[in-house]
Design a binder for this molecule. Structure first.
Ligand code: NAD
Length: 253
């Protein structure tokens, strides 16, 4: 089935300056129809409208709290009814938290894991069977350099642990779904210019971080979107279980 006859689901693609919205655009430019799921319903619909207008594909935006199984069921029922079969899912919805481990509360720990790990589970658990049945699928997780280097950019232990959980999730799933034509990969961005830190990384702190980036600039959402779109191509069927750094060389290992 050509990509133009399939849908890519991108979670957390409502935010205007986020990686998800740029990814929705890049996937649509490559021919994918796009479903945008986000807590922010207006943002999700705005992304979908933008994408449909710019790239002439079918797109829909729906309200969805990925931490809530009933909300995921409702959103995916709309997607299944309105759009072609799902061939790709980008687990992009995520939150970060800078709280030091010695100050973290149980609720904060759960909150970070709920979105980054349980959310990705809910969405992937529901979409993977159809992909396996049709013999084609592309699943991408938005992990982070934080998982690899042990936090230290913005996120604390909870974020780093949740993003590392995604790496294990992706690797084991890649092994299980490889025989069914479904690839599963992770991208690990460094510092990308979005609103995820709520403006907390500015001034001197940002300058110090930039000094540690060999390519000499912040990452852009398009840098990440481009890599995700590459991993979703039909031709990229021999790459699975991999983690792709997109960090300007800030962490080379
Ligand atoms: P962002 O804050 O711009 O976007 C995140 C989106 O997720 C928002 O639209 C938000 O509404 C949505 N979201 C949050 N909780 C949700 C939930 N429960 N259900 C559905 N949607 C929900 O963030 P971003 O910087 O674009 O980050 C996207 C992903 O990339 C995240 O997983 C993040 O951890 C990861 N990442 C970002 C950076 C960075 O520097 N920006 C670095 C590494 C990894």
């Amino acid at each position: 089935m050509p990509i133009s006859a399939m849908t890519a689901v991108v979670t957390g693609a409502g935010s205007r300056r986020g990686i998800g919205r740029a990814t929705a655009h890049a996937l649509a430019a490559a021919g994918w129809n796009v479903a945008v799921l986000d807590l922010d319903e207006a943002g999700a619909k705005e992304t979908a409208d933008e994408v449909a207008a710019a790239h002439g594909v079918a797109a829909l935006g729906a309200a969805c709290d990925v931490t809530d199984d009933a909300s995921v069921d409702t959103a995916l029922a709309t997607v299944t009814e309105a759009l072609p079969p799902v061939g790709a899912v980008v687990n992009n919805a995520g939150i970060t938290s800078p709280v030091p481990f010695l100050e973290v509360s149980d609720a904060e720990w759960e909150r970070v894991f709920a979105v980054n790990v349980r959310g990705a589970y809910h969405v992937t658990r529901r979409l993977a069977p159809g992909m396996a049945e049709r013999g084609f699928g592309r699943i991408v997780f938005l992990s982070s350099v934080s998982a690899e280097r042990g936090g230290g950019v913005f996120g604390g232990v909870a974020y780093s642990a949740a993003k590392a959980a995604q790496l294990g999730f992706a690797r084991a799933l890649a092994r299980e779904l490889g025989p069914s034509g479904v690839t599963v990969n992770s991208v690990a961005p460094g510092l990308i210019d979005t609103d995820i830190t709520g403006g907390a990384l500015e001034g001197e702190r940002k300058a110090a971080l930039l000094a540690g980036i060999p390519v000499g600039r912040n990452g852009r959402v398009e840098d990440v979107a481009d890599l995700i779109t590459y991993l979703c191509r039909e031709e990229t069927g021999y790459v699975t279980g991999a983690t792709y750094d997109v960090n300007g060389g800030s962490h080379i290992h």
